[in-house]
Design a binder for this molecule. Structure first.
Ligand SMILES: NC(=O)c1ccc[n+]([C@@H]2O[C@H](COP(=O)([O-])OP(=O)(O)OC[C@H]3O[C@@H](n4cnc5c(N)ncnc54)[C@H](O)[C@@H]3O)[C@@H](O)[C@H]2O)c1
Length: 418
């Protein structure tokens, strides 16, 4: 079996950390037990391009338990946990191609290595795997039956492929499941992004001005947690609705041009390009700390910053200090890549439990379909979403009320009024 990991000797440490993460993934564990018995994925080849973390390791083991042949590469050059990658290769005999800090060429060589295994299903996070398959490896498309997509940015790319009529197989939008983005994007990104910023800088958030760009699911989570640590949170938006929501949630909303002069910390979570640009870096305070937690490293205009800087140096792991001509310093965290995975460990396993339960069950759903779906982007079936929520609550020891017969009737009727 081939693999490309940083150091296979890290496998022992990785196995322990995978075990630790797995302790908080009860829903996925139940699926894994059932898969091991029923083997619903027997004979199926899955090519996965995901953040290679301890939680992803649990998903890979689950798919393998279900009878699938799995190959895994990284969905971001900086998000790989090298010990988890080594453990999967050594102990689970899963071909893993992922090295933290891999360059652009290696990143794509690793994606191609996954495609060489001729997957029947793709499991993507950001749609890079799907994109390579549809542009450079079209010869393999005939074998592909379907795929899943983990994140908002990937779904945007896939919907645009479907709209242009170029998407060649059906994809399930795992990100859009309620048991995914309500929890993973909000509470997962909220906690882990703050964790990444703190691990990278060890700076105090209390009393600081913390600018959150984008008040979507991820931005809400980060704003909520930054406030919890005592920061004065400022939100920037381009859509009046989430902007209004931020105001009513008690945050100050202003343009990035205005916020740029005030912020001590900045974090982009928009899925958009060049959200913080040269003209904003130019007016930032000395020592400003700037991070991104959106999927791609395009949210910060680092080329523009380079143009106005007279020097740059790595001052601390994951902190690059750019000094402007007048001596002001701007600190960029984790090369502008998603900071929760670059400088911390990504989402806590408890939320990945639900995201990856959606992944595993969506693949099983597609495998079992009698008639294949059309070449489009589909939601996770509601039945799966609800079942995951129910199982998560049960695992947390919570029970909820059931509708009485009278309530069911009332909620389905229109006759009863004042
Ligand atoms: N770091 C992680 O682990 C992680 C986890 C989940 C999602 N993501 C990524 O985070 C990004 C955001 O995801 P989401 O689910 O919150 O998306 P979302 O669509 O819910 O929210 C994005 C928000 O950004 C706003 N926006 C767009 N352009 C903007 C601009 N120029 N300035 C200010 N606001 C702008 C939009 O109006 C929207 O409200 C995506 O790239 C997604 O893939 C990262």
């Amino acid at each position: 079996m081939n693999y490309d990991v940083k150091d296979i000797k890290l496998a022992k440490e990785g196995a322990l950390r995978i075990e630790w993460a797995n302790q908080n993934m009860p829903v996925l564990n139940r699926i894994q037990k059932r898969f091991a018995k029923e083997k619903p994925l027997k004979g199926i080849r899955i090519g996965a391009c995901l953040h290679v973390t301890t939680e992803t390791a649990s998903l890979m083991k689950t798919l393998k338990a279900g009878g699938a042949t799995v190959a895994l590469c990284a969905s971001n050059p900086l998000s790989t946990q090298d010990d988890a990658a080594a453990s999967l290769a050594k102990h689970d005999k899963i071909p893993v191609y992922a090295i933290k800090g891999e360059n652009h060429k290696t990143y794509y060589a690793h994606i191609n290595a996954i495609l060489d295994a001729k997957p029947h299903f793709t499991m993507d996070d950001g749609a890079d795997l799907v994109s390579v398959l549809h542009t450079k490896r079209k010869d393999l498309l005939a074998d592909v039956r379907g795929g899943t997509e983990e994140t908002t940015t990937g779904i945007i790319r896939l919907r645009s492929m479907a709209a242009d009529g170029v998407l060649k197989y059906p994809i399930i939008a795992v990100n859009d499941a309620q048991t995914k983005h309500f929890f993973d994007n909000r509470y997962g990104t909220g906690q882990s992004t703050i964790d990444g910023i703190i691990r990278a800088t060890n700076r105090l958030l209390a009393g600081s001005y913390f600018v959150v760009c984008g008040y979507g699911w991820c931005g809400r989570g980060v704003a909520m947690r930054a406030r919890g640590l005592g920061a004065n949170v400022i939100v920037t938006e381009v859509d009046p609705l989430p902007a209004l929501e931020a105001v009513m949630d008690g945050f100050t909303v202003m343009t990035i041009r205005k916020a740029a002069r005030i912020g001590d910390f900045f974090c982009t979570l928009t899925g958009d390009i060049n959200v913080i640009r040269k003209e904003h870096f130019t007016i930032m305070k000395d020592g400003a700390i700037v991070a991104n937690s959106g999927h791609f490293n395009v949210e910060l205009d680092l080329d523009g910053l380079q143009k106005i800087a007279k020097s740059r140096r790595i001052i601390r792991t994951f902190v690059e200090e750019f000094t402007l001509k007048d001596g002001r310093r701007i600190n960029i965290l984790g090369e502008g890549r998603l900071i929760n995975l670059a400088a911390a460990e990504g989402h806590p396993s408890s939320v990945m439990d639900m995201s990856f339960a959606n992944q595993a069950l969506s693949i099983e759903y597609m495998v079992k379909l009698k008639k294949p779906l059309d070449k489009d982007v589909y939601p996770v079936p509601e039945k799966i979403d609800k079942m995951i929520a129910k199982e998560k609550l049960t695992a947390m020891g919570m029970t909820i009320d059931r509708l009485t017969a009278e309530q069911k009737k009332y909620l389905a009727s229109w006759e009863m009024g004042t």
